[in-house]
Ligand binder design. Structure first.
Ligand code: SF4
Length: 224
């Protein structure tokens, strides 16, 4: 049988910063309080394109991340830096804030050409930290994309499969995060994957009622 998996050497150095289209994606951690059924890190065995994103528990410092970003910018111009994963970036909130703040300061001083800074998140950061983190994020980010995965709490639980301690208040926390972030940042986007059974229209209405935009993401199947 023909192997259709992307080619990669599994012993290649894990990437903490990787290029995709005209952006640099930042892989701060592989940790996440969820275990989503759609998670690409499990579907693609910690690989994305030709990159190995398995940090094997060694999470990078802000200095290491910045060094890799500067290298990436030197190689080719970028339009965006995205805190993404494989893992939930807000699990390393301090590093995320420090890296984004440094980049903003360098752009303001003209030491770096301008680009946007975005966070992709599952939206439970306020619950994880027990405080509203959106004010801190709003100071250093241009946009936030929140994967809500469902407009219904029970369906959300079955898709996202949060750790036990986040199951009771997780969904309410995500809704509150969207509302708080939308009040502070212009570009807040709520997304679901385009998959049969998930109500896109209802999710769009929910996103708009919370002050956010809506985006229907392509469903990516590793077997494609
Ligand atoms: S929130 Fe993101 S990283 Fe975490 S399990 Fe879901 S898809 Fe994977």
């Amino acid at each position: 049988m023909q192997n259709t998996e992307p080619k990669i050497e599994l012993n290649t150095e894990p990437k903490i910063v990787y290029r995709f289209k005209q952006a640099l994606y930042i892989n701060l951690t592989n940790r996440c309080p969820n275990a989503c059924v759609f998670c690409l890190k499990t579907k693609f065995a910690m690989r994305f394109e030709n990159y190995n994103l398995n940090l094997c528990g060694r999470e990078p410092s802000s200095e290491e991340v910045l060094e890799e970003i500067y290298k990436g910018i030197k190689e080719a111009p970028i339009k965006e830096v995205v805190f993404c994963g494989y893992g939930e970036p807000t699990m390393r909130l301090n590093v995320l804030l420090e890296v984004a703040k440094t980049l903003k300061e360098k752009m303001a001083k003209g030491e770096l050409a301008k680009f946007k800074i975005r966070l992709n998140t599952m939206g439970m950061g306020n619950l994880v930290y027990g405080r509203d983190i959106t004010s801190e994020l709003a100071q250093v980010l241009d946009s936030i994309n929140i994967s809500i995965n469902s407009p219904d709490e029970e369906e959300w639980k079955s898709i996202v499969r949060p750790q036990k301690e986040y199951a009771k208040d997780g969904y309410k926390s995500v809704l509150n995060f969207i509302k708080q972030a939308s009040a502070k940042i212009d570009d807040v986007v709520v997304s679901i994957v385009d998959k049969q059974g998930i109500d896109a229209k209802k999710t769009e209405e929910l996103a708009k009622s919370l002050g956010a935009k809506f985006y229907l993401r392509e469903y990516i199947d590793a077997k494609k």
